[in-house]
Design a protein around this ligand. Structure first.
Ligand code: HEM
Length: 144
């Protein structure tokens, strides 16, 4: 999900403190650099079918590159909260999926539009979903 919808699509602006270069391009001192993380995550030269949610691409042989996955930025000033954020995301998602079943409201047949609204952070458009508590002590057939 952090590939398809990076929370900070344009990371943070940086300024070159001296003349430098990136991938052969000359970057004069004081140039403001805005890393396009969304663009990097949707580059068809790197990702097959870049606009599809296919988490299995990150399994062995799936073609996904964890090196090219940079939702927390890269380099000396990458996100300070990466480790905390990853733990929080894992726990929150695991608890929600363990305790609730998410279903579409009556009369809605298509899932919500998850493309988001771009700003400093990628925001989700409002949507309706029913979070149905799972029965306690769930067995395999209750988890669907
Ligand atoms: C899903 C959650 C998060 C994402 C995707 C994210 C992403 C990012 C990105 C892309 C940057 C800019 C890196 C760059 O410009 O190269 C950044 C910077 C930063 N983030 Fe996060 N972040 C997340 C959560 C957090 C949390 C939970 C904290 C604090 C506990 C945090 C603290 C920071 C700080 C302090 C910086 C500035 C680092 C610097 O400039 O040296 N972030 N984050």
């Amino acid at each position: 999900v952090l590939r398809l919808r990076p929370a900070a699509p344009l990371a943070l602006p940086h300024r070159a403190i001296r003349d430098s270069s990136i991938a052969g391009y000359f970057i004069p001192k004081d140039t403001v650099i805005i890393p396009n993380l969304f663009g990097a995550h949707h580059d068809p030269a790197v990702w097959t079918d870049p606009y599809s949610f296919r988490p299995e691409r990150f399994l062995e042989g799936g073609g996904g590159s964890t090196r090219a996955l940079i939702p927390f930025g890269a380099g000396a000033r990458l996100c300070l909260g990466e480790a905390v954020a990853k733990m929080e995301l894992f726990l929150l998602t695991a608890y929600l999926l363990r305790d609730f079943q998410f279903v579409l409201p009556e009369g809605k047949s298509s899932p919500p539009d998850l493309r988001g609204v771009a700003s400093v952070v990628l925001k989700i458009k409002s949507y309706e979903v029913i979070a149905r508590p799972r029965p306690h002590g769930h067995s395999q057939d209750e988890i669907q």
